[in-house]
Design a protein around this ligand. Structure first.
Ligand code: AHG
Ligand code: MN
Ligand code: MN
Length: 335
């Protein structure tokens, strides 16, 4: 089984002809992400030691000041992306405004913008449960030679040239797409190399897992309440199993492998739900579709939504295609 020994580096070279733009550009982009992933992986793995080495806001035994891990992950990703002569701008959950890359791009020749959720599921850090990083990559719309603008970031998800996530779980994996299917790579931490472990990942057509924060049930729209009751009903392959980690990356990853639906609906408290369109929902939606799944806001395809602002939120229903269609059918009864 030759694929088991294929490294991410080899895979990138073998498949770079598929990339619709210059072949070297794709390698640079994925290499930047790969490097950042390893650095953040190292930091996440040390998280349990923070009590010993000093909590956030304190100074540790080496005299280094400690930071919250999501702030640290943000810094590490930005550093790795800035130093590769490929990215002209970065937007992040942790930054109010987008960042213009100046260090190696004084003349604004770099062509790509990256949007990141540096640490997703960060409330899980303190309890040693899986977290992730999400990334989304576009080609800039404005011509190179001038500084990147907000317009370059506010593109519908369908324009993404690549997207993916890193899951820091029982093992660390990088899962990504460039629009030609979804492939998963597992890190061998002993030598710091990602190996192709999950080629051509596919959502099962349907599944038996539904993932939603049911504590918010009372606040959900009637269509969502009805669909949840449908999941719990005894009929055919139901009731389904409820699984919710509270980290989109981890919930998505499990559902991708086992079959299931992830939901973060709007509620009477949050009219657009919680998840961010640009660096949470769009990248997951591209991965979902590339893996034969679906992603919807309940009524519309996520990838076709025209964003209005950097941090905008959107209701999110994503996973096995038959399950997302069924959820949409229930919501469609209450237009
Ligand atoms: P983040 O840690 O980047 O703020 O994202 C957390 C998100 C998502 O990963 C997760 O599915 C959801 O918030 C959980 O929210 P609830 O605690 O409201 O269920
Ligand atoms: Mn998040
Ligand atoms: Mn986050």
């Amino acid at each position: 089984m030759q694929w088991k020994t294929k490294t991410l580096g080899e895979f990138i070279i073998e498949n770079q002809a598929e990339f619709q733009y210059s072949t070297g550009e794709l390698s640079k982009l994925i290499n930047a992400i790969r490097l950042a992933a390893k650095v953040v992986n190292h930091e996440v793995n040390k998280a349990g030691l923070i009590d010993i080495l000093g909590a956030a806001g304190e100074t540790n035994v080496q005299g280094e000041s400690q930071q919250k891990l999501d702030v640290l992950a943000n810094e590490k990703f930005i550093q790795a992306l800035e130093n590769r002569e490929i990215v002209c701008g970065i937007a992040s959950e942790e930054e109010t405004d987008f960042i213009t890359v100046n260090s190696l791009d004084e003349n604004h020749q770099n062509k790509y913008v990256v949007l990141i959720d540096p640490l997703d599921g960060s409330s899980n850090i303190d309890v040693n449960v899986s977290v992730g990083t999400i990334f989304s990559i576009y080609r800039r719309l404005t011509p190179s030679g001038s500084p990147v603008t907000l317009e370059d970031f506010l593109q519908p998800g369908i324009n993404q040239v690549a997207a993916g996530y890193i899951i820091y779980g029982t093992s660390t994996m990088l899962v990504y797409t460039t629009g030609h299917g979804v492939n998963g790579f597992t890190l061998n931490p002993a030598i710091g190399t990602f190996y192709l472990s999950h080629p051509n990942m596919q959502f099962p057509d349907t599944g038996r897992i539904y993932s939603v924060n049911e504590g918010n049930y009372i606040h959900f729209p009637q269509g969502v309440k009805d669909y949840i009751k449908y999941c719990q009903m005894e009929e055919g392959d139901r009731p389904y199993t409820s699984r919710y980690i509270g980290s989109l990356v981890s919930d998505f990853h499990r559902n991708l492998i086992k079959g299931g639906i992830y939901m973060y609906p709007k509620s009477s408290l949050n009219s657009n739900g919680k998840l961010r369109l640009l660096y949470e929902c769009n990248p997951m939606a591209l991965l979902a579709e590339q893996a034969g799944g679906k992603a919807s806001d309940g009524h519309r395809r996520i990838l076709e939504i025209q964003p209005g602002e950097l941090h905008e939120r959107v209701p999110f229903f994503c996973g096995s295609p038959r399950m997302v269609e069924k959820a949409e059918e229930f919501m469609g009864r209450y237009p």
